[in-house]
Design a protein. Structure first.
Length: 59
């Protein structure tokens, strides 16, 4: 199991923890946006915009 986590996390070794946290948040907002789109809620727009802005900032 440890090798699995090492495989997933080794790509982030050269990055600062804030960058990793921002990417996790952006992915979470992206997933939430898809969830809200499926439910046809208005929250699809703010969550999608936040996700996109975080990804733009990271790049």
């Amino acid at each position: 199991m440890s090798q699995f986590f090492d495989f997933l996390l080794e790509q982030y070794q050269g990055y600062h923890w804030v960058d990793v946290l921002l990417e996790i948040l952006a992915a979470g907002f992206g997933i939430a946006s898809v969830w809200f789109a499926k439910q046809e809620k208005i929250w699809v727009y703010p969550t999608g915009i936040i996700s996109t802005l975080i990804y733009i900032y990271i790049c």
